[in-house]
Design a protein around this ligand. Structure first.
Ligand SMILES: Nc1ncnc2c1ncn2[C@@H]1O[C@H](COP(=O)(O)OP(=O)(O)O)[C@@H](O)[C@H]1O
Ligand SMILES: [Mg+2]
Length: 263
């Protein structure tokens, strides 16, 4: 049986995924701040718009305006897509009172709003981004498992193919709370390193069900006017991206403690 795949709109990344993300999947996009998660999500939505999909983008880390400006820097006119009713950009940051804002980081409100957006956009293949999903349980990490299952279960009925981003702490590289990776059909992981005094970014597909995906880590660049560009694969030693030993020990202790708290 052949699998329907949704292109991300970055040709090299699509080929790493044997054509794209299987329809209906929930894929976790993880990595430290500034590594390219939001930029990747913007490409996924822009490609959806280009293909005539119904698109919903939930932003918790930046304002709606900020996403529109960022998209415009890569040549995507999200304002136009909103006007033409191909895109709903739900703002969970600003506490705005308009129709497409969330008043709080509450998963039930999130799910309701996404369903309303899908109804407003009408029938058709749909793409959803939740950037970030981990923001919804920042202050209650013990609830993250239950919440992630709830979001996945309810939204899967609405036919979305979904990217959810997950934040990692800068100092520990550890997911806040129980990572959304556990419920994901796929995991796209960004990494970073400073080599020769220069920040470098990398992408690795750690998991994609039903997909003979690339197992290599690739260097990526974010380029003005273009967005995310995949460079060559890298042959990195673990030490190149590993954290200092005392930091790793702290992470291990913190995650053991957290696991003990999960109901
Ligand atoms: N117009 C641009 N030209 C070049 N680089 C950009 C541009 N816009 C954003 N970037 C790069 O993208 C980074 C932000 O990436 P982003 O996807 O928002 O990170 P995150 O993983 O935190 O979501 C910035 O720190 C900058 O390096
Ligand atoms: Mg981001």
């Amino acid at each position: 049986m052949s699998v329907e795949r949704l292109s991300i709109g970055i040709p090299e990344l699509d080929s790493m995924l044997a054509g794209g993300i299987p329809a209906g999947f929930t894929v976790a996009v993880t990595g430290e701040p500034g590594t390219g998660k939001t930029v990747l999500c913007i490409h996924f939505i822009a490609e959806g718009i280009r293909e005539g999909d119904k698109c919903v983008y939930v932003t918790t880390e930046e304002s709606r305006e900020s996403i529109i400006v960022q998209a415009s820097q890569f040549g995507f006119d999200f304002s136009k897509s909103i006007r033409e009713n191909n895109l709903v950009l739900i703002d969970a940051l600003m506490g705005l009172k308009d129709k497409w804002s969330l008043q709080s980081l509450d998963v039930e409100e999130l799910v309701d709003k996404v369903i309303q957006a899908k109804k407003a956009l009408g029938y058709g293949r749909a793409r959803l981004v939740i950037d970030s999903l981990s923001a919804f349980w920042l202050d209650k990490p013990a609830m993250s498992r239950r919440h992630s299952y709830f979001v996945k279960k309810v939204l899967s009925k609405w036919g979305f193919t979904t990217l959810v981003t997950s934040q990692y702490a800068i100092t520990t590289s550890e997911a806040f709370g129980w990572g959304v990776e556990h419920i994901a059909d796929g995991i796209i992981r960004f990494r970073r390193s400073v080599k020769g005094g220069v920040l470098r970014r990398y992408i690795l597909i750690e998991k994609m069900r039903q997909t003979p995906h690339s197992l290599k880590m690739y260097e990526v660049e974010i380029i003005d006017g273009r967005g995310l560009v995949i460079r060559g694969s890298v042959d990195m030693r673990k030490e190149d991206i590993a954290l200092p030993r005392h930091v790793m020990n702290r992470i291990r202790k913190a995650s053991q403690k957290r696991d003990a708290e999960i109901p």
